[in-house]
Design a protein around this ligand. Structure first.
Ligand code: ZN
Length: 414
């Protein structure tokens, strides 16, 4: 088996990993560059012969989860390459393309289930469920002949992982987003901290978080209950919450980011109707001070309209910044934070990462006992050397031959 990382290992985002044999070529993830976040002006183009252009040379594409840095290039993949992903990923990508009227990429996804292997040529792929800030996230145990590779995708809490089949793999392709964080903040701690912020804020509270981070939405909803506030969500967040999760946000209200309470389009009608939620307009929202509104960087106009309708609905409020700190390097995030400040809001950082902290990575590595680790999705490749004594740092597009580069006699030191 050979591995090849098609985009840089030393950067968070852009995950595109090729695993091949003489007979079979499979791509795992097709991630877009992260810092652009949801800036619609940005176009991330990737040219991989046989995947995005020319005669197709890949037998399948597997998607670990619905985050943009793992699937953001789906619309550029040749149409005849089979795509596999979990049901939640298919559902979320379907909702996204309906709301932003982008190509319906979800329709081509074949649903895979954790624990059920898929045979592609002479490669067997076993999806394994992991906990991450995306519901239904998976890692992949990839086998051919007597070789095994674990592509760990993104992973956080490891309490649901069954390590049985993956112990002693030849190579673990391992993310290291939080390799420099000694410990984790947990959702429950975040919930308590958020409720304290809500209690001490004299006007509305806004939470910048990922729309499909169901654990976070639940924590914020619970914090609203603790602080006597009401959660407010836009139609997109409501659709995602209804379709992919079992959380109950029944006392939440809906808002449209517009002056009229019209949220429908031909592609979003079905979600609005089945959600049975009434959506208030900016005019109604601007009259209140007791709300906690979930927002995204694309909702800047919603904040401007609130400010214009009633300055006090936003001035004196708080923005809880509840996404990865590294996003602050992205222009859309910088612009959004500047806007919040100029509207008189206070910004408070409060996040619990969906990525494993260093101690959790150590636990995972000690269970998996890989003969070698290939870092991916990290800005600190060299930090991996403290966790394992056979770290293989691949350059962009460099091929790693598992047959020749792994010594069968090599074992993890005790
Ligand atoms: Zn992710």
């Amino acid at each position: 088996m050979k591995l090849r990382i098609h985009r840089r290992t030393g950067q968070i985002g852009w995950s595109i990993l090729e695993v091949s044999t003489d007979k079979t070529r499979i791509m795992f993830d097709c991630g877009a560059n992260l810092p652009v976040l949801d800036d619609r002006q940005y176009e991330d183009t990737v040219e991989i012969p046989g995947l995005t252009r020319g005669k197709s040379a890949f037998d399948a594409l597997f998607i670990a989860h619905y985050h943009f840095d793992h699937c953001g290039l789906m619309d550029q993949i040749n149409g005849d390459i089979p795509v596999y992903a979990g049901s939640e990923t298919k559902e979320v990508l379907g909702i996204v393309s309906d709301f932003v009227s982008s190509p319906p990429v979800a329709a081509r996804i074949q649903v895979m289930e954790p624990g059920f292997p898929i045979q592609i040529g002479d490669i067997r792929v076993l999806p394994v469920a992991v906990r991450h800030s995306a519901l239904g996230a998976m890692m992949f145990l990839i086998e051919s002949g007597k070789r095994k590779v674990l592509y760990a995708g993104d992973f956080g809490d490891l309490d649901i992982v069954d390590y049985g089949a993956m112990a002693g793999v030849d190579v673990m392709v391992c993310e290291g987003t939080n390799i420099n964080s000694p410990g984790s903040v947990y959702e429950q701690d975040l919930e308590f901290a958020a409720s304290r912020v809500m209690k001490s804020t004299p006007s509305n509270v806004f939470v910048l978080c990922q729309t499909a981070n169901i654990d976070r939405i639940e924590s914020i909803y619970n914090a609203c209950g603790r602080s006597g506030r009401t959660l407010a969500v836009d139609p997109f967040t409501k659709a995602v919450t209804d379709r992919i999760s079992s959380i109950n946000i029944s006392s939440a209200i809906g808002f449209t980011p517009n002056l009229i309470n019209e949220a429908k389009s031909s592609r979003t009608d079905k979600y609005i109707l089945e959600g049975k939620m009434k959506f208030d307009s900016v005019i109604d929202i601007a009259k209140r001070r007791d709300l906690v509104c979930l927002v995204r960087t694309t909702l800047g106009d919603f904040l401007r309209l609130l400010y214009r309708n009633n300055k006090d609905s936003i001035s004196g409020g708080t923005l809880i910044y509840s996404i990865w700190d590294g996003y602050k390097r992205a222009k859309p995030v910088q612009d959004f934070l500047l806007l919040c400040e100029s509207c008189g809001m206070k910004i408070t950082d409060l996040n619990a990462s969906g990525h494993a902290a260093r101690s959790q990575m150590e636990t995972a590595i000690s269970h998996v006992r890989p003969r070698a680790i290939v870092p991916i999705h990290t800005e600190s490749v060299n930090e991996f050397r403290a966790l394992h004594n056979n770290v293989v740092s691949l350059r962009e597009k460099e091929s790693f031959d598992v047959e020749f580069r792994i010594d069968d006699k090599w074992t993890l030191p005790s």
